[in-house]
Write a protein that binds this ligand. Structure first.
Ligand SMILES: Nc1ncnc2c1ncn2[C@@H]1O[C@H](COP(=O)(O)OP(=O)(O)O)[C@@H](O)[C@H]1O
Ligand SMILES: N[C@@H](CC(=O)OP(=O)(O)O)C(=O)O
Length: 418
């Protein structure tokens, strides 16, 4: 069997949904499980809705209306009046309408997950209905009954053992007769609440299903020809990799290459399943195969630009050295606030750490650090990572920018720049 994952860009309009159905048709002899994300930029819009509801903003009904109209427009292009999918989608939207009628009682992350998750619940109803309309026998399943997480809302931690047990129990029989369609990015807690796995987490969902079902491969269909040496939205002279080792792919995604969610590779590597990254605009194109490779010679540097970075400089208040005890306290605070460090450096008197811009967690971390340390920080920075660099490469990426921190290992150069 194979697992396919279609992201927001591939189902951003009615033509995208039809294109998905045509790709699935090409694989009609195969057992297929299809993971789908929310349509287009729906998750961003739902994030705005969650924030507006939590803050009781005047615009919350307008934001939701726009989300509904976007989906209805696509549905009207795909289905005749009275098709049962209109009811299914309405029922999902109505749950949020009811929620918006009352004032928020729960914490933001919980509310976020209950609202944002409808993007995938609705997109999969539409894809499932379209496949059936195109004479592909499709079956919609609710992923929240299969991907079991703890209750860390917005960053659900997956219980692989429990998830795999349920996936293995039910899905193979369904695949005998149907293309199975399910939601990326979502999970369910033991109390039956909805969680999300972190932004862009649908790739990870596909990897979990592939690993549990011992798939022959997982394919993520993208708006790019495959994995390139840099983001084509930022650089014009990119080259595609025909093949990439799991190791290189993990390093790229860890440093911020957004083409694949960072958690995707591990379950696939552990199960020895290749990950194919292919263009949804040309289903016959080879794309990139990510697999186990003893050695890979990379001749063109890989460049990853991570925006919205904050650089901390932390020093003791009494001018003492940064000791291992200080470091232990500092790392403890980062861990308590679930904040990952993207790159770091120590000197005699200070410890520097570069992190993503998280909404409210940054303030909590800052006030924790300020109790015992002198803290300075810069926001709005970029972290540039260059893998397999030549010395001459660095200058071209930093010219005209102020370099606030730089670090070089044999393979990897990193610069935090303004
Ligand atoms: N190294 C890279 N190779 C290819 N694409 C990249 C790379 N780094 C970043 N990207 C970006 O990833 C995008 C595809 O991922 P994404 O937008 O998350 O797709 P989807 O939401 O449809 O799954 C591309 O449009 C491209 O801008
Ligand atoms: N819809 C979610 C999950 C996801 O993975 O989306 P995409 O596949 O479009 O990146 C998000 O935007 O974060």
């Amino acid at each position: 069997m194979k697992v396919f994952k279609f992201g927001g860009a591939s189902v951003k309009d009615a033509a995208g949904v039809i294109n998905l159905a045509n790709i699935v048709k090409k694989f009609s002899g195969e057992h297929l499980l299809v993971v789908v994300s929310a349509m287009g930029k729906t998750t961003n819009a739902l994030e705005k809705l969650a924030r507006a509801y939590f803050d009781q903003g005047d615009d919350m009904h307008d934001i939701f209306e726009e989300i509904k109209q976007y989906h209805y427009q696509i549905m009207h292009e795909l289905f005749a009046e009275g098709h049962p999918v209109f009811n299914e989608v309405n029922n999902t939207f109505v749950e949020i309408d009811w929620m918006l009628e009352d004032e928020p009682q729960d914490h933001f992350d919980f509310i976020y997950d209950q609202i944002v998750s409808i993007g995938e619940l609705v997109s999969t109803r539409i894809v499932d209905a379209c496949l059936n309309q195109e004479d592909i026998k499709s079956r919609w399943i609710d992923v929240r009954s299969y991907i079991h997480t703890d209750n860390t809302y917005r960053a659900g931690q997956v219980n692989m053992e429990k998830s795999c047990a349920d996936i293995q129990q039910d899905i193979p029989a369904l695949l005998e007769k149907h293309v199975v369609v399910t939601q990326g990015f979502l999970g369910g807690t033991s109390e039956n609440f909805t969680t999300t796995l972190g932004r862009e987490g649908s790739d990870y969902t596909a990897a979990i299903f592939a690993a549990c079902l011992k798939a022959e491969s997982a394919t993520i269909w993208k708006d790019v020809p495959g994995v390139l040496n840099a983001d084509p939205k930022l650089f014009s002279d990119t080259v595609k990799f025909d093949e990439l080792s799991y190791n290189e792919a993990i390093e790229m995604t860890y440093y911020g290459a957004t083409v694949i969610h960072p958690k995707t590779i591990k379950p696939l590597q552990n199960a020895g399943i290749p990950l194919l990254v292919k263009p949804f605009g040309d289903a016959n194109a080879p794309g990139t195969v990510i697999r186990e490779m003893e050695y890979q010679k990379i001749t063109k540097p890989i460049v990853i630009v991570k925006p919205n970075q904050i650089l901390f400089s932390i020093s003791a208040k009494d001018y003492s050295f940064i000791t291992e005890n200080h470091l232990s306290d500092i790392f403890g605070l980062f861990a308590q606030n679930h904040i990952a460090i993207n790159t770091m450096q120590t000197s005699a008197l200070s410890f520097s750490a570069c992190i993503d811009t998280y909404d409210n967690r940054f303030e909590v971390l800052l006030s924790g650090l300020q109790k015992d340390f002198k803290v300075r920080y810069n926001t709005g920075l970029q972290l540039i990572t260059i893998r397999h660099y030549q010395t001459g490469d660095i200058q071209s990426f930093t010219s005209g920018k102020t370099v606030l921190l730089e670090q070089f290992s044999r393979n990897t150069a990193q610069m935090v720049v303004k």
